[in-house]
Ligand binder design. Structure first.
Ligand SMILES: [Zn+2]
Length: 627
């Protein structure tokens, strides 16, 4: 019976760095143990102990092979043929990752031979080959071990053949603890080259997002790697990539959901994959949102859209408020069968080259191509608008069913709609039923107080306003001039005068504008309060409606209270109670001249109580980006 097992194969699998693709040993499975997934969305995995009759060693079954255990009789004592594997080191212990396995005999009742642990025997010799001088870091949780996928047999190299030495890993299987790998992945987006300059020097970088059937990962190259690799990568093509470093992901700079990311190094190898070998690498998957449903996408989220570029704006340039550097922008009008049009902004190099000969998009300025966007950012400027970000990708005239049907529709009917300017736009639809002004800038743009000041909001000339939202705690309400005596008269039909009136004698409150006197005035808030968050403090002003909400009573009631016995104490009590509350403030910042001095005045147009559950979830999302 021992003759069925491949003699010495355990040591060969663990120590043989020059892996032979034709080596397909047969082992006995001594135990099968399920490792529960520790993360949501991850799969349970199986750990096996394999024996060649003389030695045994730990191994992990690639996730997609779990059906062998669940359906195909892979169990204790059975024999398996290992068609593809990779040695790996976890917590300083060597194990075998099973990438492709076949169950060959399930009839064996007992353990074959008396195998000993291979590790005990080999302990001093255990060192990873090709570790580039870095010993693998210990891993806290072997259960979180990456899964492997079966590679395509016989990796075809595009260059000197050196990638042949590394097994093709699934993106999901990459970790910092394994450095001999090759991935075969599609470039779903490629950034521009970004330059930086700071106290420690300057440099440049670029990044690509990579996709295979197991997941996505971001890869970044710095300086020399930019020169070497940037020209090689073309969006939507498939590449073999090896000899790069796997690091913990900096999620604040990424939209890719992966614990790790790749950094290209000097000797990193990138080969484009031949067409006939691309088969198993998925195409970019789109989940298109029709333009008339963009209002169901939360602002600042990303989505995929496909449509026709109905018109192309001129190249413009703005100074980025965040970086204080000039950025090129170009606005497109984007339409689809729903009859909607939406503004779409391209930035940087994409904006500069769009519609030009040099444009990699290959579209002429007058063309009305079908364009598909992946991960485009949704804004609520003017209702809904779209904006490319560094992780968005754009494909012109893609070979997708949605694109063909759009082409047909546009040439039949869309052109006519376009010439009649009959597309509905979000901006006009929205502006019709909302207050003027609030839409002249993104009203949902949330800022910290520090950002409001650093960005110089409200410092535009000619009295132009900036709008922002902030979450802050109201800490103090100024108790002088909290409200004023207002004219109760009517300025027009249904419109109160509200001008300040002066008491000339009892029952004689005079309004200059109405040119008459009233028995009693109205009382209206002109509340001034100090608000703070973790970045700073500022003074805000608000009028009657917001004032009533903050104080919790009408100004007239507050005035009555103040006139009671002990009125001043009661009055101050109300104000103390009203302070120390957290709100979402919708604000307008604008230059104001006060006693010949220019200053920024922050007016609150609306407040709402903080929804702590929702705010908590936002915080969780924000924190995840640092984990
Ligand atoms: Zn009046």
């Amino acid at each position: 019976m021992a003759g069925q097992l491949t003699e010495g194969c355990v040591s060969r699998m663990l120590d043989d760095s020059e892996k032979n693709v034709d080596f397909q040993p047969i082992c006995q499975v001594l135990t099968v143990k399920m490792i529960k997934a520790t993360k949501e969305g991850a799969s349970d995995r199986y750990r096996l102990i394999l024996s060649d009759g003389e030695h045994y060693a730990q191994s992990m079954l690639a996730t997609q092979l779990k059906g062998l255990v669940e359906n195909d009789g892979l169990a204790r004592n059975c024999l398996i043929k290992i068609k593809s594997y990779a040695p790996n080191t976890i917590q300083d212990r060597k194990i075998i990752i099973l990438l492709d396995v076949e169950v060959v005999d399930t009839t064996i009742a007992d353990r074959v031979g008396d195998p000993k642990s291979y590790e005990q025997r080999a302990a001093p010799a255990v060192k990873t080959e090709g570790g580039a001088g870095t010993s693998p870091a210990p891993r806290a949780n072997a259960g979180a071990m990456p899964a492997r996928r079966a590679p395509t047999a016989g990796v075809r190299a595009g260059g000197d053949g050196s990638i042949n030495k590394n097994p093709v890993y699934p993106i999901e299987g990459l970790s910092p603890y394994q450095n001999k790998w090759t991935i075969k992945a599609r470039v779903t987006s490629k950034s521009e080259i970004k330059y930086w300059s700071n106290a420690r020097g300057d440099g440049k970088l670029f990044s690509v997002n990579l996709l295979d059937e197991t997941g996505e990962i971001k890869a970044t190259g710095f300086n020399d790697a930019v020169d070497k690799l940037y020209p090689l990568f073309i969006e939507n093509r498939v590449y073999y990539i090896s000899k790069a470093k796997v690091n913990i992901a900096k999620k604040q700079f990424s939209t890719v959901n992966n614990e790790y990311e790749i950094t290209f190094e000097k000797d990193s190898e990138v080969f484009e994959c031949k067409d006939d070998d691309v088969g198993d690498v998925p195409e970019v998957k789109y989940n298109f949102v029709p333009l008339d449903q963009l209002d169901s996408v939360e602002p600042k989220q990303t989505c995929d859209v496909v449509g026709i570029v109905d018109s192309v704006g001129e190249l413009g340039e703005i100074i980025s408020k965040a970086s204080q550097k000039p950025v090129q922008k170009r606005e497109l009008v984007f339409v689809d069968q729903t009859g909607m049009s939406v503004r779409l902004t391209l930035w940087g190099k994409t904006a500069m080259t769009y519609g030009t000969d040099k444009g990699h998009v290959g579209a002429g300025m007058d063309d009305r191509p079908v364009v598909a966007f992946k991960n485009i950012s949704v804004g609520d400027f003017g209702g809904r608008s779209l904006s490319m970000t560094s992780s968005s990708s754009m494909m012109v005239n893609p070979d997708l069913p949605e694109a063909h049907s759009l082409r047909g529709w546009y040439d039949d009917e869309g052109v006519a709609l376009s010439s009649k300017q009959a597309f509905k736009s979000y901006s006009s639809a929205m502006l019709g039923n909302s207050t003027v002004g609030a839409n002249s800038s993104d009203p949902k743009e949330r800022k910290t107080i520090g950002e409001v000041k650093d960005l110089g909001l409200g410092t535009k000339p000619e009295g132009k306003a900036d709008y922002f939202n902030m979450r802050a705690t109201l800490v103090y309400i100024r108790n002088e001039n909290l409200y004023y005596t207002a004219c109760p008269g009517e300025k027009g039909p249904g419109e109160k005068c509200q001008k300040k009136v002066v008491c000339e004698s009892e029952g004689n409150w005079r309004c200059e504008r109405c040119n008459r006197s009233y028995e009693a005035p109205d009382y209206r808030y002109m509340l001034s309060a100090n608000v703070q968050d973790y970045t700073g403090q500022l003074w805000i002003n608000s009028f009657n409606d917001v004032g009533e909400q903050i104080v919790g009573m009408k100004a007239e009631q507050l005035e009555q209270l103040r006139n009671e016995d002990d009125g001043e104490a009661k009055y101050n009590q109300v104000l103390t109670k009203a302070a120390n509350k957290m709100y979402m403030f919708n604000c307008r910042a604008k230059m104001d001249t006060f006693q010949d001095q220019e200053r920024v005045r922050y007016s609150v147009t609306r407040i709402s109580e903080v929804d702590f559950a929702k705010a908590g979830n936002e915080l969780v999302e924000a924190m995840k980006k640092f984990l």
